[in-house]
Design a protein around this ligand. Structure first.
Ligand SMILES: [Zn+2]
Length: 266
């Protein structure tokens, strides 16, 4: 298996995986979505809420705020010595206290103050509720690690998708160099190069086949490599995108080992 990073940003990564089958690519995608833990608010104590929003709705909104996660600092509650009752090794407390003055005011995720300075909202710009003049909100929230299999709010990824690597081929014997395919391609994969049609940036090809439909002589064929996949992973902000991929690969490896061990014991 070979991995090539195509593009990396602070919140997203594009990479190419070669030498694997579709089952592996999908297992990696599903591990990132459902098995990799992230922090999220799971319990909320509403001390005072005079806003128009119900307590339940407020708790739901707080749960969906992505929190920066330090996987080495916290235990999954079910694996913690406290047996999931909640202690400083598996739980982080966040508090929020806000009162509107004479003007209406919006409560943002940045208004949450955390007991652990490392576990804070990934973005401070997430609106939680709008308070009318003199309305007040006081809450205490408990964040913990969880997985996407349990609840989607624990997913550390916003998007994780893969596509086959496209193979665009032009049959020079059939091509009459009319240039129609060059115009039809929305991704500008094809170009008229002197007296022949050639390809460029084929990884951008979305396999829409607009060029194939346009080509009357049938010179263009679009196929895909069966053992290469282009991944796009976007983080929710909880974990850096490269850590998501590395940790998910480790989890997948461990699960395969467990499955083999189980199969061997039968
Ligand atoms: Zn604990």
């Amino acid at each position: 298996m070979e991995i090539t990073i195509i593009h990396k940003q602070s919140d997203a990564i594009h990479f190419l995986v070669e030498g694997v089958d579709v089952a592996f690519a999908n297992a990696l995608r599903r591990t990132m979505l459902t098995r990799l833990p992230a922090m999220a608010i799971d319990e909320v104590i509403v001390i005072e809420n005079t806003s128009v929003m119900y307590d339940e709705m407020l708790a739901h909104r707080l749960g969906l705020i992505p929190l920066i996660t330090k996987l080495d600092d916290y235990n999954l509650p079910q694996e913690c010595d406290c047996e999931g009752k909640g202690c400083s090794l598996c739980q982080c407390t966040l508090t929020l206290e806000k009162e509107a003055g004479d003007q209406e005011t919006v409560v943002y995720s940045r208004d949450l103050s955390s007991q652990d300075p490392k576990v804070v909202p990934a973005s401070g710009e997430i609106p939680i509720v709008k308070l009318a003049p003199h309305q007040r909100l006081i809450v205490e929230a408990y964040a913990r690690l969880g997985t996407g299999a349990e609840n989607a709010k624990f997913q550390p990824v916003a998007t994780v998708a893969y596509k086959y690597v496209p193979v665009v081929s032009v049959d020079k014997t059939k091509c009459d160099r009319c240039g129609a395919c060059v115009e039809a391609c929305p991704k500008k994969i094809l170009k008229l190069d002197g007296d022949k049609v050639s390809t460029q940036n084929t990884l951008d090809c979305s396999m829409c086949e607009a060029c194939v439909q346009e080509c009357e002589s049938g010179a263009i064929t679009i196929d895909s490599k069966k053992d290469s996949f282009l991944f796009k992973v976007e983080s929710s902000g909880a974990l850096p995108p490269d850590e998501i991929v590395e940790r998910a690969a480790d989890i997948l490896k461990e699960r395969v080992r467990e499955a083999l061990e189980f199969a061997g014991s039968l």
